[in-house]
Design a protein around this ligand. Structure first.
Ligand code: PXP
Length: 252
């Protein structure tokens, strides 16, 4: 397979975390989103949590009004969030777990356990023209279920892979990476578009960026942290460079 372009979605949630630490308006996540766009982000991701711990409803209003790149709106599968998504009709909606009982042990949404409800839940979002993505573990059953309920996209959870890397547990990391690779190919063979994300850093991004079936990476916490040291635009530019380099099959 020849290398298809790999999109970078920058998650700006943790700009809002810093802002909310003081309860004011600074730093503004929308300003961060615009800078990320200028630095080469292909999309912006924001998670409106039920408890509004970082991104707020006003942030989503502002992003929808301001962005020129697509918004990937992350949300739990609740009636409240569905109504907000249907009002804004963002380019993409990514359904994520927020409560412990909605998660698999690997951290993705347990779509297999909640198949019927989720099938009904995503139907109106699809009819409204949103690309519906489901954030799941690299698990065949979860992928098959996501496909069956009508999702167009799955986002594979890279958190365990990144955690094992950070802990120096390289055998477990490599096993997780192998599962991500195999399940990317499997999901692609079903006709699903494959995204990946959670916990990715400069050290962990390249092996995932090399999977030819993966079309988008969503990266937040590390980039916002790195922005403290080198600024947001250089932080995003470096991630973009590493992704592009890996995509061309080269290694550093
Ligand atoms: N993808 C999804 C579905 C997520 O929920 C998150 C975290 O909000 C990310 C990607 C980004 O993860 P991180 O902030 O660890 O890069």
């Amino acid at each position: 397979m020849s290398a298809t372009p790999l999109r970078l979605g920058v998650n700006i949630d943790h700009v809002a975390t810093v802002r909310n630490a003081r309860g004011g308006a600074y730093p503004d996540p929308i300003r961060a989103a615009k800078l990320a766009e200028e630095a080469g982000a292909d999309g912006i991701t924001a998670h409106l949590r039920e408890d509004r711990r970082h991104i707020t409803d006003a942030d989503i209003d502002g992003l929808m009004a301001t962005l020129t790149v697509p918004l990937n709106f992350e949300m739990a599968a609740t009636d409240e969030m569905q109504a907000i998504a249907l009002r804004h009709k963002p380019h993409a909606v990514c359904i994520v777990p927020e409560k412990r009982e909605e998660r698999t042990t690997e951290g993705g949404l347990d779509v297999a356990r909640d198949e019927n409800r989720l099938a009904h839940f995503i139907a109106p979002l699809r009819e409204a023209g949103c690309r519906v993505s489901i954030f799941i573990a690299a698990d065949r059953n979860q992928i098959e279920t996501a496909h069956r309920i009508g999702a167009e996209v799955i986002e594979l959870h890279t958190g365990a892979y990144c955690d094992h890397h950070a802990e120096g547990n390289f055998a477990a990391r490599d096993a997780e990476l192998a599962a991500l690779k195999e399940m990317s190919a499997f999901a692609h063979s079903l006709g699903l578009e494959v995204h990946a994300g959670h916990g990715l850093t400069y050290e962990t991004v390249q092996p995932v960026a090399r999977f030819p079936e993966v079309r988008e990476l969503n990266i937040g916490h590390f980039l916002i942290g790195e922005a403290i040291f080198r600024g947001l635009e250089p932080a995003v530019q470096e991630m973009r460079r590493l992704m592009d380099h890996a995509r061309q099959g080269a290694t550093e």
